[in-house]
Design a protein around this ligand. Structure first.
Ligand SMILES: Cc1ncc(COP(=O)(O)O)c(C=O)c1O
Ligand SMILES: [Zn+2]
Length: 409
């Protein structure tokens, strides 16, 4: 893989070759997340706006020269990425924002953004000769890893907290994963999974641990800029739990700037649920240190008390001139209703949180009406129908007669 220069520790800056380390910086243990550095001159020889315009592979693999996989590695057959970017006119008008776009990542094969990372994860597992992959997850990374593993014939062992929504657990079981449900929180499931991967010959797709996953996540930023004709938006809103998605988007945008595909960096706005907002607190205090909290929010996918990718997540907002904002569960439910009614996009709570954050900043007068905004919808609403019904209320139940109907109307 000549296009990779090194893997660089986000804490100490030490650099390694991909052959030297499997996951994290040996000097920093589990905290030493590594960033993949590329040779952009070399990549620029094969990847250009023109080569992309002529490329009919509408999936994350259209950006293969910018991904940490060998050219001839087998790729999963599922179609991951190139999700739709909608100009959400009615939804935007309701906020006085005519230039609002939604990128619906619930349209990925297992219905969440996480497929981008899992697709890269399973290719790495195959390259390294593993037969089994593992991860801990609030649900989406898990179901996505299970699905992508099934698509290439890898086994998967998945750790989930007992509170994971049933639909996500059903996905795991259907994809044939071995599901280990933890009587505890996601954070505890994560620690146990890391320990298990040290003992068993399982490839770890744990977030903010495996350096290659963030590279899959960055493809959403590459896509949305390409879908906008390489005119980078002014701001991108995204919900944040561990902070890997926002870190990945930042990486993708930096790649595009380095290659000269875009000429300015959009601001990244991270949105957390109020009951699970350690990054918002760190942001307000101006520190990269986190005070872990016991998370409490209906948005299960961002119910994370100890964000594993805190450093990249906070720098992504700071270095792009963005910010962090929190929204409460009621605001998330309202965002789900509005996304559904005004844009026909069905989001799970964490998938709608980014839009809830935009509404909040708009109501505070912090958004210019001319701004070009992209909100990432990170997961599909069918993954958590209980929350959807909580957002909308129950249907009206009547006897099958006209008189009963007339009484209603
Ligand atoms: C639907 C959804 N939105 C947002 C997130 C947050 O991503 P991250 O934990 O990388 O911040 C997740 C992560 O599980 C997710 O599944
Ligand atoms: Zn280090």
């Amino acid at each position: 893989m000549r296009h990779i220069l090194s893997l660089k520790c986000v804490l100490c800056g030490a650099e390694y070759t991909p052959d030297e380390v499997l996951y994290v910086c040996p000097k920093h243990g589990d905290e030493g997340i590594l960033d993949v550095l590329y040779d952009y001159d070399l990549i620029g020889q094969t990847l250009s706006k023109e080569s992309l315009a002529a490329n009919h592979d509408y999936s994350i693999w259209r950006y293969a020269p910018l991904l940490p996989v060998a050219e001839d590695s087998p790729r999963p057959p599922l179609q991951v990425g190139w999700t739709p970017l909608y100009h959400a006119r009615r939804l935007g008008e309701s906020l006085g924002l005519p230039n609002l776009c939604l990128k619906d990542d619930g349209r990925n094969p297992t219905a969440s953004f996480k497929d981008r990372a899992s697709a890269v994860g399973v290719v790495k597992a195959l390259e390294l000769g593993y037969e089994t992959v593992t991860c801990a997850s609030t649900g989406n990374a898990a179901s996505s890893l299970a699905g992508l593993a099934a698509s290439v014939g890898l086994k998967s062992v998945i750790f989930v907290p007992q509170r994971a929504p049933q639909a996500k657990v059903a996905q795991l079981l259907i994809f044939g994963a071995r599901v280990i449900m933890i009587k505890g929180t996601y954070d505890q499931a994560f620690d146990l999974c890391l320990e298990a991967a040290r003992e068993y010959p399982w490839y770890s797709r744990n977030t903010a641990y495996n350096p290659y996953l963030s590279e899959g996540k960055k493809t959403a930023a590459l896509e949305l800029c390409e879908q906008l004709g390489w005119e980078a938006p002014d701001r991108i809103f995204v919900s944040v739990g561990d902070g890997c998605i926002i870190g990945g988007l930042w990486k993708g945008l930096k790649d595009l700037l380095a290659l000269g595909f875009i000429d300015r960096m959009p601001q990244l706005v991270g949105v957390q649920a109020e009951g699970s907002a350690p990054l918002v607190r760190a942001w307000e205090k101006g520190t990269e240190e986190i005070v872990p909290m016991v998370p409490e929010t209906l948005a299960d996918s961002i119910s994370v008390g100890q964000p594993r990718d805190r450093v990249k997540a906070l720098r992504a907002a700071r270095e792009t001139g963005g910010k962090y904002v929190s929204v409460d569960d009621e605001e998330i439910l309202e965002a789900m209703r509005l996304l559904g009614r005004e844009a026909a996009v069905f989001a799970e709570p964490a998938g709608a949180a980014g839009f809830a954050g935009l509404r909040k900043l708009a109501s505070l007068g912090q958004i210019d009406p001319e701004e070009r905004i992209v909100v990432l919808v990170t997961g599909n609403g069918l993954k958590d129908v209980d929350s959807a019904i909580r957002a909308t209320g129950q249907p009206e139940l009547i006897e099958p007669t006209m008189s009963a109907l007339r009484r209603l109307t």
